[in-house]
Design a protein around this ligand. Structure first.
Ligand SMILES: Cc1ncc(CN)c(N)n1
Length: 232
């Protein structure tokens, strides 16, 4: 996806444009600190530990998408995302933390920050009480926002300090997941609501879910900038 926000599908492009906090999320001070290398290491490691916990719950939410899916291709797409989260993205966290002397056991024992809990439980609740579309709308800002951030920072970074992190989200594997998730969302909408889905009130409700999850992403970066707010 280009930094102008096109390339991950029709629905996401519309939801992204309607989300008031999209720029606050994708151009947050935390993100800009990754770009120019000024983000304090303590904030980065604090964020990574919380994000490890986040990704465990987020993987569960994608596993719930397998349960809520209708067609075999939908189930396969959700399965591929669970696999990518558990075997690819979380591996980055384990590797960087290990280099900083934080072992996998310590990482797994990270006490969950309330802002972290609020976000993942919001997404899981969208899946428990809603359908496949509700769940996808709540999951989308996480996947695609980091794809957009990674692609932009790969082009605009002025420091190598956080090159591993940027390379993960800018890389072909992650960008491929973003394109697949965008196609999954467009296909799921068409399958359930028909080709004119974007004109329906349901689409606006899904857009509101996407916007809420986007706002919770802003809170996650805010939390990352305050290591002192970590629960004991
Ligand atoms: C909070 C958050 N949002 C999104 C991503 C990218 N999957 C992440 N790792 N963490």
């Amino acid at each position: 996806m280009s930094s102008s926000g096109t390339g991950y599908g029709t629905a996401v492009t519309a939801w992204r444009a309607a989300a008031p906090d999209w720029d606050a999320y994708t151009r947050h001070a935390f993100v800009e600190g990754l770009r120019d290398g000024t983000l304090p290491r303590a904030a980065f490691l604090h964020y990574l530990a919380q994000d490890y916990v986040f990704l465990k719950h987020f993987s569960r939410a994608w596993a719930l998408a397998i349960v809520k899916a209708d067609t075999l291709p939908e189930m396969e797409a959700a399965t591929a995302t669970v696999h990518g989260l558990l075997h690819y993205e979380m591996g980055l966290h384990v590797k960087i933390c290990a280099e900083a002397g934080i072992d996998a056991e310590t990482l797994a024992a990270t006490p969950e920050h309330p802002g972290n809990m609020a976000y993942t439980r919001y997404v899981l609740e969208a899946g428990y009480s809603g359908d496949f579309l509700d769940l996808l709308a709540a999951l989308a800002p996480c996947v695609l926002g980091y794809g957009e951030i990674g692609a932009r920072l790969a082009a605009e970074a002025t420091s190598d300090t956080y090159g591993d992190w940027i390379g993960t989200y800018a890389g072909d594997d992650y960008q491929g997941i973003c394109r697949d998730v965008g196609a999954l969302i467009d296909g799921a909408l068409t399958h359930r609501l028909g080709p004119d889905y974007a004109t329906l009130p349901r689409f606006a409700m899904l857009s509101a879910r996407f916007a809420q999850a986007t706002t919770l992403e802003v809170g996650f970066w805010d939390m990352g900038l305050s290591p002192s707010s970590a629960p004991a």
